[in-house]
Write a protein that binds this ligand. Structure first.
Ligand code: SF4
Length: 475
């Protein structure tokens, strides 16, 4: 967040990358080209028009674009504040870093997943990564020491390969970046396809290493942020949860969580709870775990032992500047209110994790598929519609859901799903068609509608589990 009512957009303008991380969400798309420059202009102008003040480049390695510096200039001309997510490899070149800073970019989200060549290169799949990343961090530090300190937010994806070396990573990054404005970030690996899923550590396995890490980072004198972990994985350090920070910030930044149907991903959309949450004292303040992780692991989250009042006091101390004058009771009330709002009203039911079974319980019904007049389908959408019509059983839907219809019209593929009593329609759009990259799942925009008679019988958690099951197919 960078000011009152800031809207922050996560954008992707290339999928090309010079690494091949084991948990990459964009593996299948890495061969696709860059978004053309005039589409980038349209995207930036759209962001500005909708009140966005800050864009974070997330997919691929944006610095590989031949027009990278033109993109930075375009953002500067439009007054759009930028942050760059990068694996750092390009910034091992001091001149490239100098040019980037000269073109106005001073916020770097650098993905660093280990401290030894064997771990880093096993995760990132590119030889020489370790040395180049260390050189990049040295360069970022040297530039911070000689000019204005750069904002460096390191992002370590927590996965099986580095679960036991997280404190060493925190020490290493702190030692390498003494002059930068450093925030240490640790992020849950997100499984959107079976290959990425192999790297994901279940939440139960992350609890102990995260508790040790949270205690340790408190001694390092640098801010830290944990992203994608439920509060029960951060016992004693819940104030460092990014999601809890977002909920707190929603007091001032309510406009930063616009509704789904204007193209924004609503705060909390990808989280869900499990039956164990029903016994948890923090349930009214917590969004739960990432739906895709719970879908993969089938875990029941363990209730937190933390007392909400004590957590509120810690939060007030942690965010003293933002929350001055607020009492613990007010803060708790605010958090509970925002949590209810983002979970949707009426409050959603707590559902057991859907089974990971890939096979629908009953054979898929024959698929009526038709085309209607309207805007022509993009080639990618047309290919998707064809695949769905030919082999919809390849969708990994949790039983008893199955595909009932595929309809193509007006540059939208409508995918009907049903179980024995209920129906839901997923609308799949090609995000490149209208620059609405903000709400995409996989390679396409995805939204859903339910028939009026089924409204209220599907909750957001269930819809989201279905969306997660569809995502790999939509890439
Ligand atoms: S509500 Fe659920 S996810 Fe959140 S802390 Fe409690 S048990 Fe964990």
């Amino acid at each position: 967040m960078n000011g009152p009512h800031a809207k922050v957009a996560i954008v992707g303008i290339t999928y090309r990358c010079n690494q091949s991380c084991s948990f990459c969400l964009d593996r299948e798309r890495r061969r696709s080209g860059d978004m053309p420059f005039d589409e980038v202009r349209t995207l930036f102008e759209t962001l500005k028009r909708t009140g966005v003040t800050r864009a974070i480049f997330m997919t691929g390695e944006t610095g590989l674009r031949a027009d990278f510096f033109d993109v930075l200039d375009l953002a500067a001309d439009l007054g759009l504040d930028l942050a760059l997510t990068t694996n750092g490899m390009l910034f091992a070149d001091e001149d490239f870093l100098a040019r980037t800073v000269a073109h106005g970019l001073t916020d770097f989200n650098v993905s660093i997943h280990g401290t030894t060549p064997d771990v880093v290169e096993a995760i990132c799949g590119a030889r020489g990564t370790w040395e180049r990343q260390r050189q990049a961090l040295r360069n970022l530090n040297a530039r911070s020491a000689t000019g204005s300190p750069l904002n460096v937010y390191t992002k370590t994806v927590v996965c099986r390969a580095n679960l036991r070396s997280l404190t060493t990573i925190a020490d290493d990054l702190t030692a390498l970046l003494p002059a930068a404005r450093l925030t240490l970030g640790f992020k849950q690996a997100v499984p959107l396809d079976p290959q990425a899923g192999r790297e994901v550590a279940p939440y139960a396995a992350t609890r102990e290493p995260l508790a040790a890490l949270a205690t340790h980072v408190a001694t390092l004198g640098r801010p830290a942020l944990f992203d994608g972990f439920p509060l029960c994985c951060l016992v004693g350090a819940e104030q460092l949860s990014r999601e809890l920070g977002d909920l707190v910030a929603a007091r001032e930044y309510r406009l930063a969580m616009p509704a789904k149907d204007d193209g924004w991903i609503p705060l909390g959309a990808e989280y869900r709870k499990t039956p164990g949450c029903g016994r948890c004292p923090l349930a009214s303040l917590c969004l739960g775990g990432l739906a895709s992780v719970l879908h993969l692991t089938g875990e029941d989250l363990a209730p937190s032992p933390t007392d909400p009042e004590e957590l509120a006091l810690r939060l007030l101390a942690h965010r003293a500047d933002d929350l001055a004058g607020l009492s613990a009771a007010d803060l708790l009330e605010h958090l509970a209110e925002v949590t209810r709002a983002v979970e949707g009203a009426p409050k959603r039911r707590v559902e057991p994790a859907p089974e990971a079974s890939a096979t629908p319980a009953t054979p898929p019904a024959p698929l009526p598929s038709r085309s209607e007049p309207g805007a022509p389908l993009s080639p990618r959408l047309a290919a998707l519609a064809e695949r769905l019509a030919a082999d919809a059983s390849a969708l990994q839907l949790p039983a008893p859901w199955r595909v009932s219809t595929v309809v193509t019209a007006d540059d939208v593929v409508t995918l009907g799903l049903r179980d024995d009593t209920r129906r839901v329609r997923f609308l799949v759009r090609d995000h490149r068609a209208d620059a609405r990259a903000l709400a995409r799942v996989g390679a396409f925009d995805l939204s859903w509608t339910t028939e009026p008679e089924h409204r209220g019988t599907l909750d957001r958690a269930e819809l989201h589990a279905l969306a997660c099951a569809l995502a790999p197919f939509l890439r």
